[in-house]
Ligand binder design. Structure first.
Ligand code: ASP
Ligand code: MG
Length: 467
């Protein structure tokens, strides 16, 4: 099979873990599969690059120097503990040193100018993968696998120039990735592509948005027409509920992209929604594989899953620490522009809206947002709306959770909502707001955080997900 394998930041976090990744890759390589590897930056590196870029923008030159030293050390240490062969180690360290030197120059440049543009920020952010890909390549070579490192741009991924959240231009990308990687793979070399990073048509470095390495795996998988894309995780696969909350949570064998996307939006941070969307568009098959059990089949994500009779719900997820913002005022009735304004204010503040619900009387709009953004959202909305006469009050309440019941079998099956809310009533869980998308893949509602565990357990039980 032709397989694109993606390893996340946690799985390449140190020398031992890199070695473990190498063992997995070698196993499937030896079995005769044709592999392309995509790797994230080592755990935490992208975050620190982002922080450092901001410091550099404020002119802190000394911090830049310290940061480069510690970044170089961390990568060198990982290389030294994972690579045995001296020649391979020396050439890997050389690449790492060169890249760190480049990064030092860039950050010092930013510090001298004292200004961080979105373009230079993306340039800095991409260095996590520009370091981890050659590192993993060294580890694979040390295990006698012929491998070659690529940045996303070198591999042929071309995007627009929306720095920080660039979109791949799939036609050119497909062509170029094929032209670049196929000959390499045909002569028996395994490409190791740094995820998350890409480039514009003029070669300016861009990034695909945080968590974007999954997206890279989809893009490469689509271009190479891979049989499957495997995303390696610390967990067994996609689960029917968070196993920390529900003891009887089970692994889901097969799930559709649409369902997995609902899970991704609702707290089960398993695969980036953009990766799922891309995979679904190009007819790929995704598999979530467990690092702890490489031989287990994992969860498969495919385009359409036949809904088995009676199998209405696939999973129950929850997001804790949610705040509810309610914008109310009688004269909001019939003013669609106000809803747009509310969302615009939150967008401008970069606040993630998790759920929206408006009653048909249009007396109020209720929005769920992360608790950490609660006060900021309330202040911003008050500032821009209270003067408008249409709005009487912007209230905020925290200590809440969103529960989402997900499954394609709910579509057109009457009575699911009644069952969900019946179960909540039987458990004396009070429901504060409800939303259901017209795709009917998901019913979500807001309850008090103290009730979240009880609610998830009761629903998991009632829909018999653990058996
Ligand atoms: N390293 C990038 C990030 O932390 C991309 C990824 O890990 O998927 O966002
Ligand atoms: Mg990730």
């Amino acid at each position: 099979m032709k397989i694109v394998m993606k390893f996340g930041g946690a799985s390449v976090a140190d020398g031992d873990k890199l070695r473990k990744v190498g063992t997995i890759v070698r196993k499937f390589h030896k079995e005769g599969h044709q592999l392309a590897v995509v790797t994230s930056a080592m755990y935490g590196v992208t975050d620190s690059l982002g922080d450092m870029a901001v410091h550099a923008g404020r002119g802190s030159k000394e911090r830049v120097q310290n940061f480069i030293d510690s970044t170089l050390n961390a990568h060198r240490k990982a290389a030294e503990s994972a690579i045995m062969d001296e020649a391979v180690l020396a050439s890997t360290i050389k690449v790492i040193e060169t890249r760190c030197e480049e990064l030092r120059n860039i950050l010092m440049g930013v510090a001298h100018i004292g200004e961080l543009t979105p373009r230079s920020k993306d340039f800095v952010l991409g260095y996590g993968e520009k370091l981890s890909a050659p590192l993993l390549t060294g580890v694979l070579e040390d295990m006698s696998i012929k491998a070659k490192a690529f940045t996303g741009g070198e591999a042929g991924i071309v995007t627009d120039n929306r720095f920080g959240e660039a979109t791949p231009l799939m036609n050119v990308t497909t062509l170029q990735v094929r032209q670049t990687l196929e000959p390499v793979m045909e002569e028996g070399t395994m490409p190791v592509v740094g995820g998350f990073v890409a480039a514009t048509q003029d070669g300016v470095q861009t990034t695909l948005g945080r968590g974007g390495s999954d997206y890279t795996a989809s893009i490469i998988g689509a271009a190479l027409k891979a049989d499957e894309v495997w995303v390696w995780k610390d967990v067994d696969g996609l689960m029917t509920a968070n196993p920390k909350i529900v003891k009887s949570a089970k692994m889901i064998d097969t799930i559709s992209f649409a369902e997995a996307m609902e899970l991704a939006h609702f707290g089960a941070e398993v695969i980036h929604p953009k990766a799922l969307e891309c995979a679904s568009r190009y007819g790929l098959t995704f598999r979530v594989k467990s690092l702890k059990a490489p031989d287990a089949s994992g969860s498969i994500i495919v385009g359409e899953v036949k809904v088995k009779h009676g199998d209405v719900v696939k999973a129950i997820t929850n997001i804790n620490d949610v705040s509810l913002i309610t914008v109310s005022g009688a004269s909001m009735v019939g003013t669609p522009r106000l809803a747009a304004k509310v969302l615009q204010v939150l967008t401008d503040e970069e606040i993630d809206v998790l759920m929206i619900s408006q009653s048909s009387s249009e007396e109020s709009i209720t929005l769920a947002i992360p608790k950490s953004a609660g006060s900021k959202a309330q202040n911003a909305l008050e500032l821009s709306l209270l003067g408008s006469k249409q709005v009487r009050e912007v209230s905020m309440e925290d200590g809440l959770s969103i529960i989402a019941v997900v499954g394609a079998g709910m579509r057109g099956t009457p009575g699911v909502a009644a069952r969900v809310f019946g179960t909540m009533a039987a458990n004396k869980v009070n429901i504060r707001a409800i939303a259901q998308g017209s795709s009917e893949l998901n019913i979500s509602f807001i309850i008090r955080k103290e009730d979240a565990k009880k609610a998830v357990e009761a629903l998991h039980d009632d829909f018999k997900l653990g058996v």
